[in-house]
Design a protein around this ligand. Structure first.
Ligand code: PLP
Length: 495
């Protein structure tokens, strides 16, 4: 049965994959979910002989049923090419008894590249398939990594324009420099005075603003989303879980059918949801370990069944996980509510109104695949130092959270299942925090000063994305108040 896509908040008509990609968010404010999760139709042994691109085709064709083979293969070929600095695209490396799946070898050295290098192609193909003539305006809120990866993906892609909002005081120096130096005449970057949740709420409000949509339409524009709520982001992320597992199979590290745990440093719940989808496709997955930083709203949710965002927002050294509203969780809620859109809608209304909701006991029972964990700033820094000293491997702060959570889990449970940690960013992107964890003497130095030192201690080459930043001119300097996000968009589009 080929999946169509329906909203988590209404029982109304399903749309095709290409329509869901174009719309981003459903009209009722819900998220698109597949009507059923397809099963892999090739054996894992067969897939273990395929390269990343072929694996991507085998996985994505099952979700994107209305794409022709030629269309999908074209998108994959344009996305996973020499923008990545390794032929494997997502190499798996064993260090200190655990596997790190390095998802940071793309253009902006964070895992967002895995999906955002293909989304523009999926989107322009979808527009063509649906006879869309409007220019597509990508509106995105970013906690640091999405924005740059989205702009890199969409820069100068014909028929598109991209506007990115980021929290002015909530991203790393490297992240900010990456964004404000973005080239491409269709790219716009705006810092806001609020935090990431404010940026995301502002973007969601614009998406849901009918009056704004009408004025856009009149000028030949329509919005679409590059945020991780777009199924065009989610589906490409399923690929690397299948790829990681089949690499282990090819190496003989796991036997046929042997389960593997995945640990995912989580913010918006997109990456780990993709792992859950992979499991539902038939991948032998044991536990899905959801790792949070001190903004541990998800950990508390898995413990208690209460999702409560009413708490202090903490700025940490893993800023891409500084999130209190994990948008993609709605897709899991829908699933464990028995695919009941009315119930899901009620939870989301409660979240919007009171900032919290409580799931039923029956729903909580269905989340047994997931284990929540969190790591403090101190634990994370200790873990980065520990692994560096034990294995000479330098990881970034987000991966550090996941690694710390994993070792804690393993100690507590004695679970020795082979485990893959999603390694979501290059340490070069967070050099001050990473080097400061390794040695106090680096603490006062800035990201740029530490790059050569990081190169020396890690024995890895400085990524091109970082080397270029040292001399790249600043091309964007717009800053606005959170309340003025829509005004800023109107100005950019001359509405
Ligand atoms: C976005 C991001 C995350 C969180 O991923 P989600 O899909 O939002 O859960 C973790 N680490 C890094 C480096 C990221 O950029």
């Amino acid at each position: 049965m080929e999946p169509m896509y329906k909203s988590t908040r209404s029982e109304k008509g399903a749309v095709t994959a290409s329509q869901a990609i174009l719309k981003g968010l459903a009209e009722d404010g819900g998220l698109f979910v597949p009507t059923s999760i397809p099963k892999l139709d090739r054996s894992l042994e067969e897939i273990s002989k395929m390269d990343y691109q072929e694996t991507a085709y085998q996985v994505m064709k099952l979700f994107l049923a209305d794409f022709t083979e030629e269309e999908l293969r074209g998108c994959i070929a344009r996305a996973y090419d020499d923008k990545f600095d390794t032929r494997e695209i997502a190499p798996l490396t064993e260090k200190d008894g655990v596997y790190y799946l390095e998802l940071f070898h793309g253009a902006t050295i964070a895992f967002k590249d895995m999906a955002l290098s293909i989304l523009p192609h999926l989107l322009t193909t979808s527009a063509r398939k649906n006879q869309v003539e409007n220019e597509i305006v990508i509106l995105t809120a970013t906690s640091g990594d999405t924005g740059k990866a989205a702009m890199a993906g969409f820069a100068d892609v014909e028929g598109t324009r991209i506007i990115v909002f980021y929290p002015k005081n909530g991203v790393s120096a490297i992240q900010e420099r990456q964004m404000v130096t973005q080239k491409g005449k269709n790219t716009f970057v705006v810092g806001i005075t609020g935090n990431f949740d404010d940026a995301q709420s502002g973007v969601k409000a614009m998406f849901n603003n009918r009056e704004l949509a009408k004025r856009m339409e009149a000028k030949g524009y329509q919005f679409s989303s590059a945020n991780s709520i777009n199924i065009g982001r989610l589906v490409p992320q399923v690929v690397y879980y299948v790829y990681a597992y089949t690499r282990l199979l090819a190496q003989g590290a796991v036997q046929k059918g042997e389960p593997v745990n995945f640990v995912v440093p989580t913010g918006n719940f997109g990456n780990i949801l993709a792992a859950f989808y992979a499991k539902n496709m038939g991948l032998p997955v044991g536990k899905l370990i959801c790792a949070s930083n001190e903004n541990k709203v998800l950990f508390d949710f898995f413990e208690t069944g209460v999702y409560d965002k009413n708490r202090e927002f903490i700025l940490t050294t893993s800023p891409s996980m500084d999130i209190l509203i994990s948008s993609n969780l709605e897709r899991l809620i829908y699933r464990i509510a028995g695919e009941n859109a009315v119930e899901t809608g009620k939870f989301m209304e409660a979240l919007a109104r009171e900032g919290k909701y409580t799931i039923t006991h029956g729903m909580k029972e269905q989340m047994q695949d997931f284990i929540g964990g969190w790591a403090s700033e101190e634990k994370t820094a200790q873990e980065i130092k520990r692994v560096y000293e034990a294995a000479g491997y330098v990881m970034d702060t987000h991966t550090g959270v996941a690694s710390a959570v994993y070792h804690d889990y393993r100690e507590k449970t004695g679970d020795t299942t082979k485990t893959v940690i999603a390694s979501t960013a290059s340490p070069y992107k967070f050099a001050t925090s990473v080097m400061g964890a390794i040695d106090d003497k680096y603490k006062a130095m800035d990201d740029f000063a530490l790059i050569d030192e990081l190169c020396r201690v890690s024995g890895t080459a400085i990524p091109k994305a970082v080397a270029e930043l040292r001399t790249a001119p600043v091309l964007h300097d717009t800053v606005c108040e959170t309340e003025d996000m829509q005004k800023t968009v109107e100005k950019i589009l001359a509405l």
